[in-house]
Design a binder for this molecule. Structure first.
Ligand SMILES: NC(=O)c1ccc[n+]([C@@H]2O[C@H](COP(=O)([O-])OP(=O)(O)OC[C@H]3O[C@@H](n4cnc5c(N)ncnc54)[C@H](OP(=O)(O)O)[C@@H]3O)[C@@H](O)[C@H]2O)c1
Length: 304
């Protein structure tokens, strides 16, 4: 019998926790480290093991990483590789820049460690619903080695080519997320101010050709104003900034992304940072002189 692949998992935040939980529930041998240990501890009930020190993960075959920014990735990777042991493959899933990802590839290549860039689309609820998607780049062989584990976490994993190509796909995806959310906030507030309840407007939109998985799963928040965080305004601003940086690098004008980035910035500037980025709706309502109230109507999120 071949020895089962051992997995190390760095980061048990909103996303990392649910991703690692799916691996553990699926029977994988997962050792999880999180800076704030307490957040990782409930993974033990699904069969996950919890590490006291990040360096313990270095002896694992494959190490996944899901933290926040490139600076955080650089920090945890430096600590992971501070000893003699090293994994065979690193799969980095945080949303980071092309440049950061290339620096990580170089750092790992010097030590002979394979590297797959594998950012994701979907929030923690999407992961729980088994609908997360990965976009991957790097050596095809690394993608193939990773695939059984990616498939335990989410059903869709697209391979888009060599190097850091997955990063630009994810950056484009999240720029679209920001712009679509702001646009959805604008038209929802416009419909409401003209007299249409939000649930009625969104019910129509969701069934129209403009409806999507995303507009459906944001509908409960827009209708009933449950802004419990799925993705923070600060993380979305990071992604809009990554998009605008890439726009400058490739000389692509991005007027809608620029305006949306500043609207997110204004939310953060006025202290709206703890709740979900869907509070773009609240900011839009305020700018339009209307008061938002929960409609208390049961609406489906389309995920279950
Ligand atoms: N939320 C979403 O819907 C979503 C969707 C797709 C992609 N993403 C991307 O996924 C990544 C994680 O997002 P999230 O929503 O899960 O964020 P989160 O809940 O804030 O979690 C961040 C994680 O990173 C860890 N971390 C941050 N800085 C660190 C450092 N310097 N050293 C060690 N650990 C550090 C945190 O540890 P502590 O627990 O100790 O703070 C936590 O485990 C981000 O790149 C985000 O852009 C998010």
């Amino acid at each position: 019998m071949p020895t089962p692949t051992s997995i190390g998992w760095i980061g048990a935040g909103r996303m990392g926790y649910e991703m690692a939980a799916r691996l553990a529930k699926g029977g994988a041998d997962v050792l999880v480290w999180n800076r704030t240990r307490a957040k990782a501890e409930p993974l033990a009930q699904h069969g996950g093991k919890i590490a006291d020190k990040l360096a313990e993960l270095a002896a694992r075959d494959i190490v996944f990483c899901m933290v926040a920014t490139w600076n955080d990735v650089r920090q945890v990777m430096g600590e992971l590789l501070s000893g003699k042991a090293q994994p065979r493959l690193v799969i980095e899933c945080s949303s980071i820049s092309l440049e950061g990802s290339a620096e990580l590839r170089e750092m790992l290549a010097k030590r002979g460690i394979d590297y797959l860039a594998a950012p994701v689309s979907g929030n923690a609820k999407v992961i729980k619903a088994g609908k997360l998607s990965f976009v991957c780049s790097g050596p095809k062989a690394s993608f193939e080695a990773a695939l059984p584990y990616l498939k335990m976490i989410g059903p869709a994993a697209s391979y888009v080519g060599d190097g850091e190509l997955a990063r630009i796909v994810k950056i484009c995806h999240n720029v679209f997320l920001g712009v679509v959310t702001q646009s959805l906030a604008e038209v929802t507030v416009l419909a409401q101010k003209a007299g249409v309840p939000r649930h009625a407007f969104l019910e129509f939109l969701n069934q129209s050709v403009m409806g999507s998985v995303f507009t459906r799963y944001k509908t409960p928040a827009f209708v009933n104003l449950d802004f419990k965080v799925t993705f923070t305004p600060e993380l979305l601003r990071k992604d809009m900034d990554l998009g605008l940086d890439a726009g400058r690098r490739f000389e692509v004008p991005m007027p809608l992304a620029s305006a949306t980035r500043d609207l997110i910035q204004s939310m953060i500037g006025r202290g709206m940072r703890e709740e979900d980025f869907a509070t773009l709706l609240a900011q839009q309502a305020e700018a339009s002189g209307i008061e938002l109230k929960p409609e208390n109507v049961e609406v489906k999120d389309g995920l279950s």
